[in-house]
Design a protein around this ligand. Structure first.
Ligand SMILES: *[C@@H]1O[C@H](CO)[C@@H](O)[C@H](O)[C@H]1NC(C)=O
Ligand SMILES: *[C@@H]1O[C@H](CO)[C@@H](O)[C@H](O)[C@H]1NC(C)=O
Length: 391
């Protein structure tokens, strides 16, 4: 006859047996995780990191995950599938295993701020449920393959701060639910292809993107709010339609090779444009008065271009403007007095390093000092303001 304690231990034994036998996580997900971990250099897996806790003698989705699989992944509620792989920034190096494509329920893949290198395996572009893909701040090389457009659920793509090269794939605009695209700080070349129709934010800062801004790239960009294209090689005139994209709030085109603001358009009603930076280009011509027609504009930089003519009175009357950088041009005449009468703290920025007359030295807006008479005379001829700025 069994004692109660015997049957209890039998029960416990059976329970522990069942938890051993019954692997919760799908075998193909486990094999993907194993492949993922073994593509990471063992010496880069530090003792208290997430990957150090991945011990495949236990089931990855089994709860509680205190000792093993304590971080880096998330399972669905049935504990059968991996839904998120979000690594800690622990300095992991190695490559990204193409077998990750087996994690077909994955919605988030984030391995940012590590030292992964090699090509981005195109196998991961077959993940049908992936919504967020973040490989930011690693050392990936190679180009972005056209198959990226297979990520039909992708809402956010961040490959910034890697060493990716080549052109942006033309298939990009098939990413129909993509909202955020950040490819800044890479070595990408070529021109901007047609953009995805639901994009809110485009960031391509510090690459080697070249060519003109053409309407066909932006023809479906009715929701685009933020355009960050600074430190590239964009050239030519800035077309009028660009500033009239209906949802625009921030534009950064600083440090390119733009040469002209075509006919600069007055704001469309309801324009939300708040900040424009086009500093450090080669923009010629007069300062367009139409900037003052943008109802929400609060920050404008056109510093270090080749603008000339006077500063329109409308700029000083515009109460929304809080930051105004027009330094480093060939602006001439007397700056509007309203800039200086209502107190310096209203507008910050600079009108310095121009050809202005009577910019009060007491105002911080007037620093640094204006260009020498000799330079301004050379630009404008003998005081008539008709000559083209020397370039
Ligand atoms: C994994 O867990 C098993 C069982 O708890 C243990 O014996 C083994 O040493 C662990 N392996 C590592 C690498 O920690
Ligand atoms: C553009 O270049 C200038 C001069 O090198 C630098 O000071 C500025 O921060 C750059 N601006 C942007 C937005 O890249």
């Amino acid at each position: 006859m069994k004692t109660p304690s015997n049957s209890l231990s039998l029960l416990l034994f059976l329970l522990s047996l069942s938890s051993l036998v019954q692997s919760l996580t799908s075998p193909s997900d486990i094999s993907a995780l194993k492949a993922f971990k073994s593509a990471v250099k063992p010496s880069s897996i530090t003792p208290w990191s997430c990957l150090a806790s991945w011990n495949f003698s236990v089931d990855p989705c089994a709860l509680p995950r205190r000792t093993f699989f304590s971080c880096g992944l998330l399972c669905n509620s049935a504990a059968t599938r991996i839904t998120q792989l979000t690594l800690d920034p622990a300095g992991y190096s190695g490559t990204l295993s193409p077998l990750l494509s087996r994690l077909t329920q994955l919605t988030i893949l984030d391995i940012s701020d590590n030292s992964f290198s090699g090509l981005i395996p195109s196998a991961i572009f077959s993940l049908p449920n992936l919504q967020i893909l973040t490989l930011r701040s690693n050392s990936f090389t190679g180009s972005i393959p056209p198959s990226i457009s297979n990520l039909k659920s992708l809402e956010s793509l961040d490959f910034s701060h890697n060493s990716l090269s080549g052109n942006l794939p033309k298939s990009l605009h098939f990413l129909s639910v993509l909202r955020h695209l950040d490819l800044s700080f890479n070595r990408l070349t070529g021109s901007i292809p047609k953009l995805p129709p639901n994009l809110l934010e485009l960031a391509l800062k510090r690459n080697s993107i070249s060519g003109y801004l053409v309407k066909s790239s932006f023809s479906e960009s009715t929701q685009l709010e933020v355009i960050e294209l600074s430190e590239n090689s964009l050239a030519g005139a800035l077309p009028a339609w660009f500033f009239l994209l209906p949802s625009l709030q921030q534009i950064n085109l600083a440090n390119n090779s733009l040469t002209r603001l075509k006919i600069f358009p007055a704001a469309a009603s309801g324009s939300d444009l708040v900040a424009v930076d086009m500093g450090f280009n080669r923009i010629e011509g007069n300062l367009p008065v139409n900037f003052a027609s943008y109802p929400a504009l609060s920050s404008l930089s056109l510093r270090y271009n080749r603008l000339r003519g006077t500063i329109p009175l409308e700029f000083s009357k515009k109460k929304t403007i809080k930051r105004l950088y027009l330094d480093g041009n060939f602006l001439t005449g007397k700056p509007p007095a309203a800039f200086f009468t209502s107190g310096d703290d209203l507008v910050s920025g600079s009108l310095g390093n121009n050809c202005l007359q009577g910019c009060p030295e007491s105002s911080q807006l007037c620093a640094p000092s204006q260009k020498s008479n000799a330079i301004c005379k050379e630009v404008y001829g003998s005081g008539r303001g008709k000559g083209k700025p020397m370039t």
